[in-house]
Design a binder for this molecule. Structure first.
Ligand code: NAD
Ligand code: UFG
Length: 336
């Protein structure tokens, strides 16, 4: 298939480009580079042996998108482009709604005008809020999102479902990611956060590389096996392959389909620290800090639906995730 990849220069997008190429798909990337670097695309080209067709275009730029879609006829779009920092979204809600919702509305409109009505959307486990049912299935009720970032994901899911109901030529696959970490085993592409990392694994690797003195563990009084928060970490290469698998749903005219992409295993913050130390032979100093506002105790998936319907299942475990995150960080201490 020929696929438009928005946000393809980012963390998950760049890994997905590698897997799409391996599966024989053709790709065109649109990214405004607001949270990425074109070097990631050069590295993808190096890994795949193929040039990446790239347009530096903002998805809010209707004319820019039109120009791309006049030149290329796409079978589907994989839509990663968006802002994703939870804390920043609380401080800049307008910017998040405008970029994520405004941008996606423009993208969807330009797509339909060019006859492309197939989209795979990067949603998030955040839409489940603090689920009463664990492990979380796709049938679990969507919860209350405590921040504007989460709201944009939840609202965009609703918008796309309504569009699909009104026009059944649309095929919409909503992929709810759990916690992506790790990096390509080559160490050539990986996560490249700006400033102080918000998420656990990039913080751990920055402590390991000596950029930060210690990890703050946000709370050890949750009702989990060791008191620290439990999440479903998933290797980014597995997640990337989930997108290739999701193209099957599009090919079968799925209408609207929702899949959790996770491993189904929950690990605590201290499990991650201990595994990272064991696999990589590096001590991670940490201290216990107060709980972080908006955090929940436990969140992990039931990933059975994706396995049953798409034949997709995560292959990598926490050890490989820790190994590959460190391999990326140590080979690229300052990112790209
Ligand atoms: P990322 O920031 O590395 O990638 C997003 C890309 O989108 C960046 O390259 C950025 O420059 C681009 N972008 C942002 N706004 C744009 C715009 N208006 N026009 C064009 N390009 C734009 O993030 P990621 O971790 O690769 O996440 C990809 C997607 O997955 C996002 O939609 C994110 O919300 C979602 N997601 C991520 C996680 C996670 O933990 N990483 C979890 C759940 C969902
Ligand atoms: N944590 C720490 N110290 C840190 C960072 C995180 O103890 O420095 C803890 C958190 O309290 C939490 C766990 O590590 O218990 C994971 O936190 P992350 O910030 O890595 O991930 P979250 O589960 O909070 O959220 C992430 C993304 C969201 C997304 C969600 C589900 O940031 O955008 O996964 O996909 F919605």
């Amino acid at each position: 298939m020929k696929i438009l990849v928005t946000g393809g220069a980012g963390f998950i997008g760049s890994h997905t480009l590698v897997e799409l190429a391996a599966a024989g798909h053709e790709t065109v990337v649109v990214d405004n580079l607001s949270n990425s670097n074109r070097k990631s695309l050069e590295r993808v080209a190096e890994l795949t042996g193929k040039e990446i067709l790239f347009y530096e275009v903002d998805i809010r730029d209707r004319e820019g998108l039109n120009r791309v879609m006049e030149v290329h006829r796409f079978d589907a779009c994989i839509h990663f482009a968006g802002l994703k920092a939870v804390g920043e979204s609380v401080e800049k809600p307008w910017e998040y709604y405008e970029n994520n919702i405004g941008g996606t509305l423009t993208l969807l409109d330009v797509m339909r005008k060019h006859g492309c009505k197939n989209i795979i959307f990067s949603s998030s486990a955040t839409v489940y809020g603090d689920s009463a049912i664990i492990p979380i299935t796709e049938e679990c009720l969507k919860g209350h999102c405590t921040n504007p970032y989460g709201q944009t994901k939840s609202m965009l899911e609703e918008i796309m479902m309504d569009m699909q109901k009104a026009d059944n030529e649309w095929n919409i696959v909503l992929l709810r990611y759990f916690n992506p970490i790790g990096a390509h085993p080559s160490g050539r592409i990986g996560e490249n956060p700006n400033g102080i990392p918000n998420n656990l694994m990039p913080y751990v690797t920055q402590v390991a590389v000596g950029k930060r003195p210690e990890l703050g563990v946000f709370g050890n009084d949750y009702s989990t096996h060791d008191g620290t928060g439990v999440r479903d970490y998933i290797h980014v290469v597995d997640l990337a392959r989930g997108h290739v698998a999701a193209l099957q749903a599009i090919e079968k005219n799925c209408g609207c389909a929702i899949y959790n992409l996770g491993t189904g295993q929950g690990y605590s913050v201290l499990d991650v620290v201990k595994t990272f130390e064991k696999v990589n032979g590096i001590k991670i100093p940490y201290s216990i800090k107060p709980r972080r506002a908006g955090d929940i105790a436990t969140c992990y998936s039931d990933p059975a639906k994706a396995e049953k319907e798409l034949g997709w299942k995560a292959q990598y475990g926490l050890e490989e995730m820790c190994r590959d995150s460190w391999n990326w960080q140590k080979n690229n201490p300052n990112g790209y």
